[in-house]
Write a protein that binds this ligand. Structure first.
Ligand code: MTE
Ligand code: MO
Length: 394
């Protein structure tokens, strides 16, 4: 069959800088960057601890065998992990665009497939390109609080990552020999075809251009990963003007002043044993103060001084001094984030607490009044706000 006109015709693509060197160097840069993003992504998944029942957004245990108990120190552990994940993830975008540009003639090769081996290879490339674009797009949308899609972000981004890792592994295995052959045969610098136009940018220039794009994205975001006054410098961050961001407001969570007023009680359960505390009761217990960050999966961090009752103290009062787990439930009705489970180590961690105050003042309604969980080194999603019930497993 004759090749259709346009990009399917040989000689349609005119840039002499396309070739093994450009594609290979961009590939190497992307390999390093995406390795960091994938690794921190899977670590973030482990930090969520889906094996604890309150945290299972992705069906747990069976599908992720490489799990371990996330440490409770250093305090900034999850903040660092997630800064790498989101900032390096953004930096991938310009390099990926450059790489796709460098290989676009391949998309229009004619005939589209010339045998079973090549059909499989093209299929794996289709999976690689679509999963990388899907991961970057959903990641950026999540960080921008834009959910035009109907599926659950966490589930989709997780399975997308598994497809991506599988596809990139196949890609590297298939392409490595080609890279080495190009080096050996000194075809490294050869353009994809003779008789090209004059270059309008050098190969190194193109890589520097993509690098500059990556730098702009990094500078426009990294401020929110560090938090404090630097948050204001993060031009691409939503809600960058808020010094102490609110993830979900009390109004959005359906929390009314009646629910958190005089009638409020914190209910602690261990088996059949039930203990209840008013906010006054909680304030009368020994208080602990610690400076801890909230580090959200979206890549922002805010560090504040929290005061409240240690979780270990509450476990003791509840009658489960050696609790192996606690399920924390919010007064909030519905929503996947209304509950979270913490493990034994996290209950026992010295700074883990049910906070009643922040920076010396009562919690604001939006930050979880009358009481919220704050635990060190964990994702912000476990810092349940407007806590109504805590069920300990002895
Ligand atoms: N009840 C409840 N608690 C919650 C959430 C929520 O939606 N509902 N969001 C969690 C998430 S994802 C984060 S990052 C932190 C944010 O806390 P902040 O709004 O006080 O900054 O609260 C956590 N606690
Ligand atoms: Mo979050």
């Amino acid at each position: 069959m004759k090749a259709p006109p346009g990009p399917f015709q040989p000689g349609f693509f005119r840039s002499p800088i396309r070739g093994p060197w450009l594609t290979g160097v961009l590939g190497l840069i992307l390999l390093v960057l995406t390795a960091i993003v994938a690794l921190t992504g899977f670590l973030s998944h482990i930090a969520y601890m889906p094996d604890l029942p309150g945290n299972a957004i992705v069906p747990a245990d069976k599908d992720f065998p490489f799990t371990f108990d996330w440490p409770t120190s250093p305090t900034y552990l999850y903040a660092i992990n997630q800064s790498l994940h989101t900032n390096v993830g953004l930096m991938v975008i310009p390099f990926l665009l450059a790489k796709l540009w460098s290989v676009i003639p391949k998309l229009f090769q004619w005939p589209p497939v010339n045998g079973p081996t090549q059909a499989i290879e093209r299929l794996s490339i289709a999976l690689l390109v679509s999963s990388s674009v899907f991961q970057l797009a959903t990641g950026v949308m999540n960080a921008q609080y834009w959910y035009p899609f109907k599926f659950n972000f966490v589930v989709a981004h997780y399975y997308g990552a598994i497809v991506f890792v599988a596809a990139i592994a196949i890609h590297v295995i298939v392409k490595m020999p080609i890279v080495f052959r190009a080096r050996r045969d000194r075809e490294w610098m050869k353009p994809i075809q003779a008789d090209m136009d004059e270059p309008t940018i050098s190969r190194r220039g193109l890589i520097a251009f993509a690098g500059a794009g990556a730098g702009v994205l990094l500078l426009g975001n990294v401020g929110q990963s560090i938090g404090g006054p630097l948050r204001k410098t993060a031009l691409f961050a939503p809600r960058r003007d808020s010094g102490f961001p609110v993830n979900k407001t009390a109004a959005a969570a359906g929390i009314t002043p009646e629910m958190t007023g005089a009638s409020y009680q914190l209910v602690l359960r261990v088996g059949d044993r039930v203990t209840a505390f008013t906010r006054e009761d909680l304030l009368a217990l020994p208080q602990h103060t610690a400076t801890l960050p909230i580090a959200c999966v979206e890549g922002w961090t805010t560090t504040q001084e929290w005061t409240g009752v240690k979780l270990s103290e509450l476990a003791r009062r509840a009658g489960a001094p050696d609790a192996s787990q606690v399920l924390v439930e919010s007064l909030q009705e519905g929503g996947v984030l209304r509950r979270a489970s913490l493990s034994a180590d996290q209950i026992a961690a010295g700074d883990a607490m049910l906070a009643l105050k922040v920076n010396g003042a009562d919690l604001s309604p939006d930050h979880g009044y009358p009481a919220r969980v704050i635990v060190p080194a964990l994702p912000g999603v476990h810092n349940t706000k407007w806590v109504g019930e805590m069920t300990f497993t002895a």
